[in-house]
Design a protein around this ligand. Structure first.
Ligand code: BMA
Length: 338
């Protein structure tokens, strides 16, 4: 366990599984870094779409090109997963020179029993966030709408609110403020194509353990008290050195939690001023491509009140932590203002 300074720890209600739920060893194809998955319950089973960055090893990093595929896995219990032979997307099959360069960091939201994906999309002219439809077997990706650059980390709410689709998103306005300081925004749409009514939800300076950027994580889950909503929060320290394959990796990603108003989710009812999940386990802090990264992409509320939180760790493996919904709600009581 390697805890960076300033020391950050997970909330006591968080229980980790003893090891990651999915790694490269579970894949029947070329795989290296398996992380940042979207997870949902769909047609009586758990489904997962995960990111696989493959090609280089630690020794050949920056010499061998990185490819990205999106894999699909199913599970009966949300813990033991079977990866399908056929991927959903592979950057290796793109035509050289094509505008699209890769799709990654998938989230799944099922709305009226239709599964949708939110994806980050690298293109030759910028990073875009897109919303796509998939089929009931998760074999195809049909893009419905893609943002202008630079935007990423979109997540769709699981139902319309006041007759409109709603998404959280994280634009990164490079030139406006001279440094990374990227916040969480919300937009609505009548049809998943046209997006507007954009409002700021949470800013970096509202999160005491972030000093760099924040972004949406898993699609929110509905509770009687509000939309339980995860986000990721990044702090950076120029003194940090080698924490992974690169010469230096200076960032740490934690998961945060807040509660949004059911009728007006631009309103934060409360949040925790401490991280929900901070990097602590060895596979989060000691090994992997970019250590000290917790990047949640899926959250499921079970009938018994258990919440399953799926997150990529160290950009290398996919993990699961659980907590009771009442304990998570109890954390969301503080104001976002200090
Ligand atoms: C972000 C995204 C994520 C990744 C994280 C840490 O900007 O690229 O996919 O997990 O950085 O490397």
């Amino acid at each position: 366990m390697k805890i960076l300074t300033p020391a950050l720890y997970s909330a006591p209600c968080i229980k980790r599984l003893e090891k990651p739920v999915l790694t490269k060893d579970d894949c029947p194809y070329d795989a290296s870094l398996i992380f940042n998955a979207g997870v949902a319950k769909y047609n009586g089973q758990y489904v997962m779409v995960f990111r696989n960055d493959y090609g280089p090893t630690e020794e050949t990093f920056r010499k061998v090109p990185i490819r990205t595929s999106l894999g699909f896995a199913t599970s009966a219990d949300g813990i033991h997963w079977k990866v399908r032979e056929k991927t959903m997307f592979d950057s290796a099959s793109l035509v050289p020179g094509e505008e699209l360069m890769r799709l990654y960091d998938p989230r799944i939201t099922v709305i009226d029993n239709v599964p949708y994906l939110c994806l980050a999309m690298d293109t030759r002219h910028g990073v875009r966030g897109c919303i796509a439809k998939t089929d009931e077997n998760f074999e195809t990706i049909s893009i419905i709408s893609a943002s202008a650059p630079d935007n990423r980390n979109m997540v769709l709410f699981p139902e319309k609110i006041n007759g409109k689709y709603v998404r959280l998103e994280r634009p990164f306005p490079k030139y406006s403020r001279g440094k990374d300081s990227f916040d969480i925004w919300l937009s609505t749409s009548p049809d998943l194509v046209f997006w507007g009514e954009t409002e700021l939800v949470l800013a970096v300076e509202d999160v005491p353990y972030a000093n760099d950027k924040i972004g949406p994580a898993a699609p929110p889950i509905k509770t009687e008290k509000g939309w339980l909503t995860l986000f990721h929060a990044v702090d950076i320290d120029s003194e940090r050195g080698k924490n992974g394959w690169e010469a230096a990796w200076k960032k740490r990603y934690c998961a945060g939690i807040m509660l949004l108003d059911l009728e007006d989710p631009t309103k934060i009812i409360g949040m925790s001023r401490q991280p929900l999940i901070a990097p602590e386990a060895d596979y989060e802090t000691e090994v992997g491509f970019r250590q000290q990264v917790i990047f949640p992409g899926g959250m499921i509320l079970e009938p018994n009140g258990e919440v399953k939180i799926y997150y990529g760790a160290s950009d290398t493996v996919e993990c699961l932590a659980t907590a009771h919904v009442d304990d998570l709600l109890a954390l969301c009581t503080e104001s976002r203002f200090a």
